[in-house]
Design a protein around this ligand. Structure first.
Ligand code: GLP
Length: 241
C-alpha cells in the first residue's frame, strides 16, 4: 500500500485526482469505479477542471459506480445517480451511456445484482476504483457483518450508516433502508484502488482498517490483501497511523 498524506481536503482531492488523471491519460478507454459521499466531491471538481483545461478526455472512459440506494429514482436529488450526474458526468465529455450506476428502482433486486455484476465482467473489470470509507469501516455499502459478501448485492443499511447519511436528507426517516452495492470481490478485483479519507472523524477507522485485523466487522480491512492500494488522506484522517 502507498500512503499519501496531504495537508487538507483540497490536497487530498488534488492528489487523488492526479492519480485518476494519470490513469485516464495513459489508458483512454479506462473503466473507472466511482464513489459518492462528501469525500469525492473535490476529486470530481479537479477532474472537471482537468477536462475544462484540455488535459483530460473522457470520451473513451466507462464508469461503474459502487452503489445506489434502493427505492430512489435517478431524478431524486439524494440518489447516487443524481449525485454523479450533477457532480461529474454533466460537466465532462463522458458518453452518458458509458456511465453505470445500479438501478435503484427495479422490482427484482436479485436480477439487478446479477445484471450489474455481469456488466462489470463484460467491461473487462475495473481499472481503477475510487473508494471513500464509511465511519463504521464500510466500503460502497458493504456493511460490517459476519462475513464478506463477494458479489453485487442488496443490503439492509445499518443504523450507523443511516445516521451518518441522514445529513443529506431532511429527516432520518427519509434515508432508504436498503441499497445495492458492489460486493467485496467486485471491489477487490479492481486492478488499482484509490481510497480517499479526510477529517479527524475518520482517523480511528482508517487505523483499524489498514493496521488492524482483517475482519468482516471492518469491511475495508480486506483491502490489506490488495496489491495496488493508494491511500490518500489529509493529516487529520491519517493522524493515528
Ligand atoms: C456512503 C457511501 C460510501 C462512502 C461513505 C463515506 O455511505 N455509500 O461509498 O464511502 O458514505 O462517505 P463520506 O465520504 O461522506 O464520509
Amino acid at each position: 500500500m502507498k500512503i499519501y498524506k496531504t495537508r487538507d481536503y483540497d490536497g487530498m482531492s488534488s492528489k487523488a485526482a492526479m492519480i485518476i488523471s494519470a490513469q485516464v491519460i495513459l489508458k483512454g478507454n479506462s473503466v473507472l469505479g466511482l464513489a459518492t459521499g462528501s469525500s469525492p466531491i473535490g476529486v470530481y471538481r479537479r477532474l472537471i477542471e482537468g477536462y475544462a483545461g484540455g488535459d483530460l478526455d473522457f470520451s473513451g472512459v466507462t464508469t461503474v459506480n459502487l452503489d445506489e440506494y434502493r427505492g430512489l429514482t435517478p431524478e431524486n436529488e439524494q440518489s447516487y445517480r443524481y449525485f454523479m450526474n450533477t457532480q461529474l458526468f454533466g460537466h465532462i465529455n463522458i458518453k452518458p451511456e458509458n456511465t453505470h450506476v445500479p438501478n435503484g428502482i427495479v422490482q427484482d433486486a436479485e436480477l439487478e445484482c446479477t445484471r450489474y455484476e455481469d456488466l462489470i465482467r463484460k467491461l473487462g473489470g475495473i481499472d481503477l476504483q475510487l473508494l471513500g470509507l464509511g465511519n463504521n469501516g464500510h466500503i460502497g455499502f458493504n456493511e460490517p457483518g459476519a462475513a464478506f459478501i463477494p458479489d453485487t448485492h442488496c443490503v439492509d443499511l445499518t443504523e450507523s450508516t443511516i445516521n451518518a447519511n441522514k445529513r443529506f436528507f431532511e429527516t432520518a426517516d427519509q434515508v432508504p433502508r436498503q441499497a445495492f452495492t458492489m460486493g467485496i470481490k467486485t471491489i477487490l478485483q479492481a486492478r488499482r484502488i484509490v481510497m480517499i479519507v479526510s477529517g479527524e472523524g475518520k482517523a480511528g477507522i482508517v487505523k483499524e482498517a489498514f493496521f488492524g485485523p482483517i475482519t468482516p466487522n471492518v469491511p475495508a480491512s480486506i483491502l490489506q490483501l490488495h496489491n495496488d492500494v493508494h491511500l490518500v488522506g489529509d493529516e487529520a484522517a491519517l493522524s493515528l497511523l
